[in-house]
Design a protein around this ligand. Structure first.
Ligand code: GLU
Length: 444
């Protein structure tokens, strides 16, 4: 059996009941097969694949807190410090009821390659908890965040591991966690990114993932002779990534006609009203059902359905495994040109394959959504030099990172004979840097 197949089998056998982790590993190892098989004996002898699929450290802890009724609640906290070959661990904290070990590991694994692709010195990590901030009071969220940090602080630090936001973790949660870290450690340091602007946060970090997604999408289309201007786009999600993806798409002259949340989706043929969306989601923390009050011509539908709308470009920005094979078929039947992932692994493996076989340009999340963590890297730089850059400076650096990132993966795909396959390109480009660093540092 080939070394790649052997390691995939091992991962499935040794990490039972972690389907998302298996999926992420399969996607990466299948696409770097050509690199490994060109030098299989060396890779096997040095156990490079086993070393890359096993996290350096997995931390799991109890998070007790008291709710507004005086009831004690207990959640589970995680931090997966996956790989530190190229820099301190870096990656978000997800607060969502679906969080479990397998999801944390898939996200941590993806983060290793994503961070490598940014060109910045950041290792890969992920963490979070099965706590659901939805419907909780500010005091409850604070109680949870403080308890979470009471344990997490032992394992993080500005040169060790720098967590950030993800689903369910925004400016409010990062603020509470930062305050608690500072209280315990007694030092004001850049231990988290996505901080408030008055205490070390970076301008453009809020916008970065969505803006970065559009910078990359526009560059990819341009490279293929297509102008994003005038294109119709379907976006899923209504969180931080989706909101700023829609905003930047409109600035670039495209029209976004959909968005969605966990209960339903909106179709607005005149283009999503970003100001309304921000008010509903960022200020009121309400459901998308409210959108119709702002835009009477729009439609609200319960359940899923964003991918049934005809579009040129699809940007899944909600969560993992939200674009399924039937959605891919509907998109292709409606003539979609490109799918670029704003979320982490939103497209299933069979849907990805179907899109690629049907000539759709497909850019995986580890490349397309890397603008968020890249700008976190820029926040770390600003914290280190105790300076704040202007919005324009950060935005220009972000754009440059996304354009360079796209050409790096495009070149990697070409170099190995997979021109236009951006999944292979992203995985090879991300992998090579990490593996070279691991080899140089010996067996550690
Ligand atoms: N959670 C984001 C991601 O998936 C951002 C991580 C960060 O800024 O460290 O990349």
């Amino acid at each position: 059996m080939s070394y790649v197949d052997e390691v995939i089998e091992q991962v499935v056998a040794k990490n039972p009941a972690e389907p998302e982790f298996h999926q992420a590993v399969k996607e990466v190892l299948e696409s770097i097969r050509v690199v490994v098989e060109a030098n299989e004996e060396k890779f096997r002898k040095e156990a490079l694949l086993e070393r890359i699929v096993n996290p350096e450290r997995q931390i799991k802890f109890r998070v007790p807190w008291v709710d507004d009724n005086g009831q004690v609640q207990v959640n589970t906290g995680y931090r997966i410090q996956f790989n530190s070959a190229i820099g301190p661990y870096k990656g978000g904290l997800r607060l969502h009821p679906s969080v479990n070990l397998g999801i944390m590991k898939f996200l941590g694994f993806e983060q290793v390659f994503k961070n490598s692709l940014t060109g910045l010195a950041m290792g890969g990590a992920k963490g979070g908890s099965d706590f659901d901030p939805k419907g909780k009071s500010d005091r409850e969220v604070m109680a949870f965040c403080q308890s979470f940090m009471n344990e997490l602080y032992k394992y993080i630090g500005p040169n060790v591991d720098v967590p950030a936001g993800d689903i369910g973790t925004g400016a409010r949660e990062i603020g509470f966690m930062f305050g608690q870290y500072k209280k315990i450690v007694g030092a004001f340091e850049g231990v988290l990114t996505g901080k408030g602007l008055s205490f070390g946060g970076s301008l453009a970090r809020t916008e970065a993932t969505g803006y970065g997604l559009l910078y990359l999408t526009a560059e990819m289309l341009k490279t293929n002779g297509i102008d994003i201007k005038g294109k119709t786009i379907c976006v899923s999600g209504a969180g931080n990534v989706a909101i700023y993806a829609i905003e930047k798409a409109h600035q670039l002259g495209a029209k976004v006609v959909t968005c969605s949340d966990s209960t339903g989706w909106v179709y607005d043929p005149d283009g999503i009203d970003v100001a309304a969306l921000k008010e509903i989601k960022e200020v009121k923390r309400a459901r998308l059902t409210e959108y119709k009050n702002y835009r009477p011509n729009s439609e609200y539908h319960e359940g899923r359905g964003v991918w049934s709308i005809k579009c040129d470009i699809a940007l899944p920005c909600a969560t993992q495994n939200e674009l399924l094979i039937d959605d891919a078929k509907a998109l292709v039947a409606n003539g979609v040109t490109a799918v670029c992932e704003g979320a982490n692994m939103p497209t299933t493996l069979d849907a990805t394959e179907y899109l690629q076989k049907n000539g759709v340009y497909f850019v995986p999340g580890k490349a397309a959504n890397a603008g968020g963590v890249a700008t976190s890297g820029l926040e770390m730089s600003q914290n280190s030099e105790r300076l704040s850059w202007t919005f324009e400076e950060v935005d220009a650096k972000l754009k440059n990172i996304m354009v360079t990132l796209f050409h790096n993966l495009d070149d990697a795909a070409k170099k190995y004979g997979f021109e236009g396959n951006y999944v292979v390109g992203a995985n090879i480009a991300g992998f090579e840097k990490v593996v070279n660093a691991m080899e140089a540092q010996g067996i550690v």
